[in-house]
Design a protein around this ligand. Structure first.
Ligand code: NAD
Ligand code: UDP
Length: 389
């Protein structure tokens, strides 16, 4: 329950604040709003074009103990004169708004660049001009490819962490050529990071930059044809969930050899809470937020999701659980991939004393239980309707 007796990491009482959260209706925003409402006294001005994922928090007045602490404003930050006023009303702005699904980076590069750079500019400007603190969501993708990926395949240096562990203050940002439009997102995020950093250095903006490393959990993206477009391609958790729900093989792009570390959304939200409530420790920092212990190849992820889904749904596994597809076929021209993403945790450990807790198996079990409970009936209905027509 909300309590005003909360203390920060240095033992000081935490004063209730007002947060302007842009992109509050998305996957991360919905979990952050839930946490802020159920466990803190803070107020949220929730800005987004959609609110489906936070509807349960916005029910008619007095239905929840937090009804007077959350206010939804339906607006598009591309063109809305209310934005500056809302930022001014708050103590802290958190910007989550972005196009952030890889299928868009090479097929809608202009929208991707505008969304991740141009549309974020006024947010940074208003925070800087009005002396408001900003927590900006960037991405682990700003690291691009590892240095090790450019070494010969048989080089022993590939096993040396110095060639693949990603460090906020040391690692370079390594992107592919311009025609590999996959990197439009990473490049736009990198430039907005540099701009925010420069606003901090030249104009005193109080900022924190978050680099999420594959946060996953309930409410991530959409299931095509159920709560999103049939032809849409969400991120891997939703793609594989969709395949499992429809009892079709999981598609492994280019053999599923890329490696990722996955962190449970609820663990990651704890890290964001520490940033919100410990400004003196978080300001001026860029934080990796991920789980280095949960590394798998995409193929291994697919195999584990198949096991877990069979357990939580009590449905037998398919005889052929996966198939290979080329990236060109799956994403179109201009796709490229990050080979490996291991976050260095030194800075977040030192500043915020944060570590993730949940294993990959456990987070998949709770997430796929949610996916099954939320979508299995709707998917069955959609399949039977399409076979009848
Ligand atoms: P999401 O797509 O679920 O949420 C983004 C939200 O922003 C959506 O609700 C969308 O409607 C809103 N939005 C986009 N453009 C807007 C605009 N012009 N005006 C108002 N609202 C707008 O994505 P998410 O996973 O919650 O990611 C949030 C942030 O974290 C993004 O900046 C993303 O780049 C970053 N990130 C997330 C991950 C992850 O693992 N989930 C990884 C790397 C980076
Ligand atoms: N991927 C896959 N099959 C799918 C969807 C994604 O093999 O149906 C791969 C994708 O090529 C990438 C990884 O899974 O290597 C993670 O993709 P995601 O979209 O989650 O985002 P990313 O981690 O690349 O930002």
């Amino acid at each position: 329950m909300a309590s005003s007796a909360r203390v920060d990491l240095d033992g000081n009482p935490i004063k209730p604040i007002t947060i302007c959260m842009i992109g509050a209706g998305g996957f991360i925003g919905s979990h952050l709003c839930e946490k802020l409402m159920s466990e803190t006294p803070h107020k949220v001005l929730a800005l987004d074009v959609y609110n489906d994922k936070i509807k349960h928090l916005l029910e008619p007045e007095n239905a929840h103990p937090w009804s007077d602490r959350i206010q939804f404003h339906r607006l598009n930050i591309k063109q809305d004169s209310r934005l500056e006023g809302l930022i001014k009303m708050a103590d802290l702005t958190i910007n989550l708004a972005a196009i952030c699904t890889p299928a868009d980076y090479n097929t809608r590069p202009l929208d991707t660049i505008y969304s991740n750079f141009i549309d974020a500019l006024p947010v940074v400007k208003y925070c800087s001009e009005n002396n408001k603190r900003l927590i900006h969501f960037s991405t682990c993708e700003v690291y691009g490819k590892t240095i090790g990926s450019y070494l010969p395949k048989d080089s022993p240096l590939r096993q040396d962490p110095a060639y693949y562990v990603l460090k906020e203050d040391e690692s370079p940002c390594i992107f592919g050529s311009i025609e590999k439009q996959r990197w439009s997102y990473a490049c736009a995020k990198q430039l907005i990071e540099r701009l925010i950093y420069a606003e901090g250095a030249e104009n005193g903006l109080e900022f924190t930059i978050v680099r999420p490393f594959n946060w996953i959990g309930p409410r991530m993206d959409f299931i095509p044809g159920i709560d999103g477009p049939s032809e849409g391609v969400p991120r891997v958790l939703a793609c594989f969930s969709n395949n499992l729900l429809r009892r079709e093989p999981l598609k492994l792009v280019d053999g599923g050899q890329s490696q990722r570390t996955f962190v449970y959304i609820k663990d990651a939200i704890e890290a964001v809470m520490l940033m919100i409530e410990n400004p003196a420790r978080a300001n001026g920092h860029i934080f990796n937020v991920g789980n280095p212990n949960n590394e798998v190849t995409v193929r291994q992820l697919g195999e584990m999701m198949t096991e877990v889904y069979a357990k939580v749904s009590s449905e037998p596994k398919l005889e052929t659980p996966t198939i290979d597809v080329s990236s060109q076929e799956f994403y179109g021209v201009g796709y490229d991939d990050s080979d490996k993403r291991i976050p260095d945790m030194t800075i977040i450990n030192k500043q915020l004393d944060w570590n993730p807790k949940t294993s990959l198996w456990d987070l998949l079990e709770s997430t796929l239980t949610y996916q099954h409970r939320t979508y299995a009936e709707a998917v069955k209905k959609a399949i039977s309707q399409s076979s009848a027509s």
